[in-house]
Design a protein around this ligand. Structure first.
Ligand SMILES: [Zn+2]
Length: 522
């Protein structure tokens, strides 16, 4: 259907935020998926062919299409069809939602639980009481899983099973697994979960793509496994993929990628291969982020979850074969190790990058900028992390979500959501980066407000910086002649452009264009 729509058009708006030197105006036109001109409406009206569709949105702000710099898109797409545990205030509430679920391929799957604030810890017996078959529930930060007895049995986990490196099987006083699995122990059960049938995944991806367009998202930097990649490829083969995907495969597939001579930057106009994804540490929420000094009031520094030699070897093998490194590092020790290992790596066609970069030691800021490594951050996480950072990291919070400090040093910085950990909706991330306070207004004036960004800087982190991070700055991320026509017209109060977060939070994407085609209009 969409393939029959023209990939040409002209759009008149209030203002075009072009993000290209010397380009400004209130109108633009494009042909066969490529932008031909940006400027004053009277000029563009004369330039554009008479027979292309006209879109008149005199109040709208036009930006390049938003790219979400960190997604688990297929996981989210499938998760939208699973038991939703986000917002369960108690264990009992979560269990009652699980009780109502019916298994798919023998398993009940759910996601989004967060036991911070629960009186009762997640345990398998609570789930056994409501489901006889296996149950597998991802935590909100996806760094823990809560399973029942049938799932433990199916995975062959009992009191004699040793903790894997970088993970923990939580046990009771008698040494029996409780059903809570942390970090790498999650894989003991995750690896036996049935793959979703291809038709189910494809349908889920199509539905999620519609939602992305509704939110003004025209591209994603996805970190997932080969199953997701196969799904995107099937959509592309049928002409149904209308989202630019930078796909970052797991490091477990590295030797296979090398054998098949796959390189970062390979791909099509829709699907590009990025760097291999590897983990150096855990997360703040589960206090597994690896810190240089102990967490406040504790002797625990979190933990590295990949050894230095192993991580370095993988990065060098990848780089020697033209494959970039995409490295998860949250604590300041993990960030420092990432910089140690990555700063001198040979470059690939796609830049190396560090995901999350939530806490950086001040002494590492300059070399992070000098390294050319892209930092990929999720501003909306800040909204939930503020109290955790204060409690667990204290004064080290100065280096947490240090947007302004990074940008002042010209560090390439992309923004994303980490969906399904947070919402795909980029308005939440824009709000967080502009305001650095919760939706409830606290703390007044913003948390460490010296790190706030301006509107155009935030938009760049979602657009031009994302194009750079994908090795595609020559084609995307700006609105200028010769660039791909990926753009969004926002119905938004101009106060947003002066940095008022609430104004952008109330905005709506009115028109979304990908590859010159209008994929969403309202
Ligand atoms: Zn993630």
């Amino acid at each position: 259907m969409s393939a029959l729509l023209p990939a040409s058009g002209m759009l008149r708006a209030r203002r075009v935020l072009a993000l290209a030197d010397g380009v400004a105006g209130d109108a633009l036109w494009w042909e066969d998926g490529t932008i031909r001109g940006v400027g004053r409406a009277t000029d563009i009206e004369r330039e554009a062919p008479r027979d292309i569709p006209r879109y008149d949105l005199p109040d709208a702000l036009v930006t390049p299409g938003f790219v979400d710099g960190h997604t688990h898109f297929a996981m989210w797409a499938l998760g939208r069809r699973r038991v939703q545990l986000t917002g369960s205030a108690t264990r009992a509430e979560a269990v009652s939602r699980v009780a109502a679920a019916r298994p798919v391929a023998g398993w009940v799957r759910g996601l989004g639980w967060d036991a911070n604030g629960w009186r009762d810890a997640p345990d398998r017996y609570a789930l056994d009481a409501v489901q006889a078959g296996p149950v597998y529930l991802d935590s909100l930060d996806v760094h823990a899983a809560w399973v029942n007895t049938a799932a433990l049995r199916a995975a062959g986990i009992d009191r004699r099973t040793a903790d894997p490196f970088g993970g923990r099987i939580v046990r009771d006083a008698n040494g029996e697994p409780t059903g809570l699995l942390l970090e790498r122990a999650v894989n003991l059960v995750a690896r036996i979960l049935p793959e979703p049938p291809a038709a189910l995944l494809d349908e889920a991806l199509r539905g999620a793509q519609v939602e992305a367009h509704r939110l003004g998202v025209t591209g994603i930097h996805d970190v997932e496994d080969e199953g997701a990649l196969a799904g995107f490829r099937r959509l592309e083969a049928r002409g149904e993929l209308e989202l630019r995907v930078l796909f970052q495969p797991p490091v477990a597939t590295l030797t296979d990628l090398v054998r098949r001579r796959v390189r970062s930057g390979d791909g099509t106009e829709w699907l590009t291969i990025g760097g291999v994804k590897m983990f150096l540490d855990g997360s703040l929420g589960s206090r597994t982020a690896w810190m240089l000094e102990p967490y406040e009031g504790s002797r625990d520094r979190g933990m590295p979850i990949t050894g230095e030699a192993e991580a370095g070897e993988a990065m060098r093998l990848a780089a020697a074969n033209g494959i970039a490194a995409t490295v998860h590092a949250i604590g300041d020790a993990a960030v420092r190790r990432a910089l140690d290992l990555m700063s001198d790596l040979p470059r690939a066609l796609v830049p190396h990058r560090i995901e999350h970069f939530q806490c950086v030691h001040p002494l590492d800021l300059d070399r992070a900028a000098a390294s050319g490594i892209v930092v990929s951050m999720q501003p909306a996480h800040l909204l939930t992390d503020i109290p955790l950072v204060d409690r667990h990291w204290g004064g080290r919070g100065r280096g947490a979500y240090a947007f302004r400090s990074l940008l002042r040093r010209r560090t390439p910085m992309v923004f994303g959501s980490d969906v399904p950990v947070a919402s795909l909706d980029p308005r939440e991330g824009v709000f967080a980066a502009l305001e650095r306070r919760g939706f409830d207004g606290a703390p007044a004036g913003g948390w460490r407000p010296e790190e706030k960004l301006g509107f155009a800087e935030v938009v760049q982190a979602y657009t031009s910086a994302a194009a750079h991070a994908g090795g595609l700055a020559h084609r995307r991320g700006a609105l200028a002649a010769g660039q791909d026509a990926d753009l969004v017209a926002w119905a938004v109060d101009p106060a947003a452009e002066r940095g008022e977060g609430e104004a952008f939070r109330a905005a709506r994407a009115a028109l979304t264009v990908v590859g010159g085609r209008v994929v969403m209009r309202r």
